[in-house]
Design a protein. Structure first.
Length: 454
């Protein structure tokens, strides 16, 4: 639990950050809101702190044109101090109750220290868990085929033979050293002593055995790698919940890029839409434009991917296999191979897809009027890259929009609050991402709750 001095120091740092460069406390209203917030922190009014911060940020937005979502980006010490204070003033109920009991009984200092035996008993046992993990990791190898079993048996026999020959070689070397130290061996050495011949033969035999052992180990690794790859492909195919860690375009990597898009390119695009004299677009209208760009990019990528797959199927399937209703009668194995080929070539086709999407966005100009599309190129291309990767997955990844309408309670497990706190939906800021339709959540979306009535 941080001390009161640490909390006060954080307040001083936050105030210094707010008045640095551009003094955001340089009027009566914002200074009064800051003084009130300081009193709430010192008195640990946890239930009023969040509304105190919201009141200060709304006044700064009103008087200095700095939106609440933009303030933490430019005032880092203020943002970290706010998070520290909100967590610091939370009372530790367990510590308070313990202190009250000790004050009543007066026996807190008389508690006997824990003995080494007691601590030892409290230590959780990990043996069962480790054994279970070892057994779990060894399951894929128990399924190796007859080739691996034969090599295992052969390898065992060769190891036994190798140990036997090495033992015989050591005995022969010992006898040879003993004979060399004997004066009689000096006379017999010129006559090519039989023991030396035996030593050379055994040395050659050992070398041959080691070569066969090395070859057997190579064959074993080959069959194990092959079996592991077959098992892994079978598990991960059409099952997005099991990640293929060797795939750089797997769903979780796309989720990381989607989060980075919202943190970086989305913020830059909002500034270009709302702060330029050419457009003078409101914050709410700018949010709707960026959502429409993402939606249009996703729809264009789905259309291009479907057209591309039809052309691939037509190239490998004879026209006689075409059904009467125009649907391609393509075997499952061929569909999987074509899907893998399409995914492998997705990086090379991405520039053409991005150019197509930029041309498709011309329809948004008619809807929203003059748009600085040339200034949003980075945002548009990043959206297209993520959407193109989503439609390459099998099954395809999806965006998640709120099921509830305006004025309804939204799901906080799937959407986080934007600049206001609350649980009643006002409007969508950014959609969430799921691993597949009705699948598990990868990245939370963002919504703006309705302002609470005072």
């Amino acid at each position: 639990m941080p001390t009161k001095t640490e909390v006060i120091n954080r307040l001083v740092e936050m105030q210094s950050d707010l008045i640095n460069t551009k003094n955001l406390l340089n009027n009566k209203d914002t200074m009064a809101a800051w003084d009130k917030l300081t009193i709430l922190v010192k008195n640990k009014k946890k239930d009023q702190l969040k509304s105190g911060f919201e009141n200060l940020e709304n006044l700064i937005h009103r008087d200095f044109k700095v939106p609440p979502w933009k303030l933490p980006l430019h005032r880092k010490r203020y943002a970290s101090g706010k998070e520290f204070i909100l967590s610091a003033v939370e009372p530790n109920q367990e510590g308070v109750q313990k202190k009250q009991v000790e004050n009543r009984t007066g026996a807190s200092s008389a508690q006997p220290p824990l003995t080494a035996d007691k601590k030892k008993k409290d230590t959780p046992k990990q043996g069962t868990k480790v054994t279970h993990e070892i057994r779990h990791e060894s399951r894929p190898y128990s399924a190796c085929g007859s080739h691996q079993d034969n090599h295992e048996t052969k390898l065992h026999h060769l190891q036994q033979e190798n140990e036997k020959i090495e033992k015989q070689l050591k005995d022969a070397q010992a006898k040879l050293r003993k004979a060399e130290s004997d004066k009689e061996y000096l006379v017999e050495r010129e006559q090519n002593h039989p023991l030396k011949k035996r030593y050379e033969e055994m040395e050659k035999q050992l070398k041959d055995t080691q070569e066969r052992l090395s070859q057997s180990q190579t064959d074993k690794e080959y069959w194990m790698d092959r079996m592991s790859k077959l098992t892994g492909d079978k598990l991960t195919r059409d099952n997005p919940d099991i990640a293929d860690l060797s795939d750089p375009k797997r769903p979780h990597k796309l989720g990381e890029k989607y989060s980075q898009l919202y943190d970086d390119e989305w913020t830059d695009a909002m500034e270009k839409l709302t702060e330029t004299k050419e457009t003078e677009i409101s914050e709410r209208r700018g949010i709707d434009i960026l959502i429409d760009i993402l939606r249009k990019s996703h729809e264009s990528c789905i259309k291009l991917a479907d057209d591309q797959m039809k052309k691939l199927q037509k190239a490998v399937i004879p026209e006689s296999k075409m059904e009467q209703n125009g649907v391609m009668n393509c075997p499952i194995e061929v569909q999987r191979s074509l899907k893998d080929a399409q995914k492998q070539a997705s990086s090379r086709s991405l520039p053409a897809v991005q150019e197509f999407v930029r041309a498709e966005l011309a329809s948004l100009k008619e809807q929203y009027g003059a748009l600085p599309v040339d200034k949003l190129t980075s945002f548009v291309d990043k959206c297209t890259e993520i959407c193109w990767g989503m439609v390459m997955q099998s099954p395809r990844m999806e965006f998640l929009f709120p099921d509830e309408g305006q004025g309804k309670r939204f799901d906080k497990d799937k959407f986080k609050e934007f600049t206001r706190s609350g649980d009643i939906l006002d409007f969508l800021v950014w959609p969430a991402m799921v691993i597949q339709k009705q699948g598990s959540l990868l990245v939370k979306g963002s919504v703006q709750p309705m302002a609470r009535k005072t």
